[in-house]
Write a protein that binds this ligand. Structure first.
Ligand code: GLU
Length: 441
């Protein structure tokens, strides 16, 4: 059987191809020479599956799509405080090349507009690197996100530098405010080189998938940036990634995204997928016309809006039932899925409401695949309170999903592999019983 996803993508591209409005970016002469009809789309999942249709291996320059990744590198290399002291996180609501600096401090409003991105570039790598080594650090970092060695397009880089008056003006302003501390031309040169790195839609989807996959490249397995940095970058993409169209984008599409003037567009949906499209004609905001249309369609066809999450929390308590009878009976709370705060609240609610009359209570984690830290603490607190109420508490956890299951402070749980092991003899003859471990008082 052929996969359904490339067919879906091919069909979506066919309908987007009828859109011929928009203009090529011409303020960088080399970009004005691009083929306006190029069109491609790629999905890369966090499991590393890649689906594409159209021009997915055509190279073009990354341009502003480099900004969130360079921001991620600066945050990883210098730490949050050093970067936030120089670049804010407020949407500017203005065009990408507007000189939007915070009044008083001169700090660029966010790292997605050019003022912020030029500053961010200067913060990549450890302090004291030469400008060339810093640019190398950025290109290395972009390559790690993509999972292959990337290189700049010299012609585009030279072409942009020859006309970089506006970015130079921005950099001089930043220098006058002390936000940049070195020669403005050198920094703009490095930033322009960063923007001229050649990528394909396939590369961009993989870079976005690395953000969606908590900072780990799904194919190479390399951790490129730490998790707190991923959260920061995706938040800024969500609020500022689409320049002065950010609000429209957040409501219509609802995927953290970034566009570039060469026609690329990426979206990263945390925990699910990285998406990239390529089509060079741009709308007045500087976003790809067909790319925006494709993302709107993908979001609504596949329910990808970040605010439209499935009702998972209700299903965390799969069953609340009794195994065995009489004094042997065990009350079993059978849980399932990935458990975060809302799911753990369901467990608390169930334990409080059912006030189990049975002495033995088992929390069955056999069908749970993940428990985050807050859920872990809440569930262990439930087991502690059950102990204090006189219950004998079991955690059925054959895969050791619950790290460090000690409820502390008077709580006591016995970790077993099956519900049967929570039953008293003769069931205790079960050889698996020898694996039972008791934690707490
Ligand atoms: N290198 C471009 C510039 O700084 C990037 C702009 C963009 O892609 O939005 O003008």
């Amino acid at each position: 059987m052929r996969s359904v996803i490339p067919d879906y993508l091919a069909e979506a591209l066919k309908s987007a191809a009828s859109l011929t409005s928009g203009e090529l970016a011409d303020y960088i002469p080399e970009l004005a020479a691009a083929d306006p009809e190029r069109l491609g789309a790629v999905f890369a999942t966090v499991q590393g599956a890649v689906y594409g249709a159209g021009d997915i291996d055509t190279e073009f320059t990354i341009q502003s799509i480099s900004k969130p990744f360079a921001y991620a590198l600066a945050l990883s290399d210098r730490g949050f405080d050093a970067v936030l002291a120089r670049v804010g996180v407020e949407p500017s609501g203005e065009a990408f090349n507007e000189v939007s600096l915070e009044s008083g401090t001169g700090r660029p409003l966010n790292p997605m507009i050019n003022a912020g991105a030029i500053t961010t570039h200067s913060l990549a790598g450890p302090e004291g690197l030469t400008p060339a080594a810093r640019t190398e650090r950025v290109i290395d970092g972009l390559s790690a996100f993509a999972g292959r060695r990337l290189r700049p397009d010299e012609a585009v880089c030279v072409s942009e530098m020859e006309h970089a008056h506006r970015n130079l003006a921005i950099a001089h302003m930043l220098r006058s405010h002390g936000i940049l501390t070195e020669d403005p031309r050198t920094v703009v040169d490095g930033y322009t080189r960063q923007c001229s790195v050649l990528v394909t839609a396939r590369d961009l989807a993989m870079m976005a998938a690395t953000l969606a996959n908590r900072g780990v490249n799904p194919l190479s397995g390399e951790r490129v940036i730490p998790e707190p940095v991923v959260r920061q970058v995706l938040s800024v993409m969500f609020t500022c990634g689409m320049y002065d169209a950010a609000g429209d984008w957040a409501t219509q599409v609802g995927i953290p995204a970034k566009s570039g003037v060469a026609g690329g567009l990426i979206g990263a949906l945390p925990g699910q997928i990285g998406i990239a499209t390529f089509s060079p004609r741009l709308d007045p905001h500087g976003n790809s016309v067909r790319g925006v249309c494709l993302f709107e369609r993908f979001s609504s066809d596949m329910g990808l809006h970040l605010m439209g999450v499935p009702p998972a929390a209700r299903a965390v308590v799969r069953a609340n039932h009794v195994v065995g009878s009489g004094p042997d009976a065990v009350r079993v709370f059978q849980l399932q899925g990935g458990i975060g705060f809302a799911g753990a609240e369901r467990v608390v609610h169930e334990a409080v409401e059912s006030e189990p009359p049975e002495t033995r209570v088992a929390v069955d984690l056999t069908m749970v695949y993940a428990i985050d830290d807050v859920a872990r603490r809440m569930i262990l607190e439930v087991t502690r309170r059950l102990t204090l109420d006189g219950h004998e508490v079991y955690l059925v956890d054959p895969e050791s999903i619950m790290p460090d299951p000690d409820p502390g402070d008077g709580g006591r749980v016995t970790v077993v592999d099956t519900v049967e092991q929570a039953l008293p003899s003769p069931h205790t003859a079960d050889p698996g019983r020898s694996r039972a471990r008791t934690y707490g008082a």
